[in-house]
Write a protein that binds this ligand. Structure first.
Ligand code: IMP
Length: 198
């Protein structure tokens, strides 16, 4: 069976291929599968958005498995915000830098001990209208008051990972990918698939 990833992000596709590739005949991006679809991510949870993306994409690809993910940053002191609005925290059309600036300002008066946050990633695997497996991965950290590091994207320069004493943007990509919410979700998804076939 082919696995189509509901994304065209090269980094995501490589990471997913490395972890799940041996379970499928082929792993392709949407573009490589000849699909162009912009699913509206309007659910109120990461899992809801991932399910919606996977089911709508799979409807165009009978006989294939489709994997969709949705992820974002949840900050305890902000009641879980930006959450599902992570990509557009500073408003539609704003970029990662504007989102980070808004986050730094929102936490200006919050002491370090209360700056707990986590990245979350939901992954949903669907085939022929049926959900085959779902997984939610997390990684915990602290949001610091100024940006550190040049790697990564999104909130990485503000996400301080205490076990390594560095922000995600200071880590090399392989190291980040070995502890990330996406990696953790993929490992859980693989375990769920293995359990189903045991
Ligand atoms: P998506 O699920 O890839 O669309 O991610 C949604 C948004 O969450 C991104 O635009 C980023 O703002 C944020 N985000 C998700 N994963 C990461 C990450 O690994 N590092 C930094 N920001 C992330």
């Amino acid at each position: 069976m082919r696995l189509i990833i509901a994304s065209n992000n090269k980094h995501k596709i490589r990471e997913i291929r490395e972890i799940l590739g041996h379970r499928f005949d082929e792993v392709l991006s949407m573009r490589d599968a000849g699909i162009e679809l912009d699913v509206v991510e309007d659910a109120d949870s990461f899992l809801g958005n991932a399910r919606k993306k996977a089911l709508e994409t799979a409807a165009l690809l009978p006989g294939d498995a489709v994997l969709a993910d949705d992820s974002g940053l949840c900050v305890d002191a902000l009641g879980g915000a930006p959450g599902v609005y992570s990509a557009r925290y500073a408003g539609e059309g704003h970029d990662d830098a504007a989102n980070r600036k808004k986050l730094v300002e929102a936490l200006r008066d919050v002491p370090y001990e209360e700056r707990d946050a986590h990245f979350a990633c939901s992954m949903v695997l669907v085939s022929d209208g049926k959900v085959l497996a779902e997984a939610v991965g997390k990684v915990c950290g602290k949001i610091i008051g100024e940006e550190r590091g040049e790697n990564g994207f999104g909130y990485d320069p503000l996400f301080y990972y205490e076990p390594f004493g560095m922000t995600f943007a200071e880590l090399d990509p392989e190291t980040k990918n070995s502890v990330s919410h996406r990696h953790n979700a993929l490992m859980l998804l693989l375990a769920a698939l293995d359990e189903e076939n045991a």
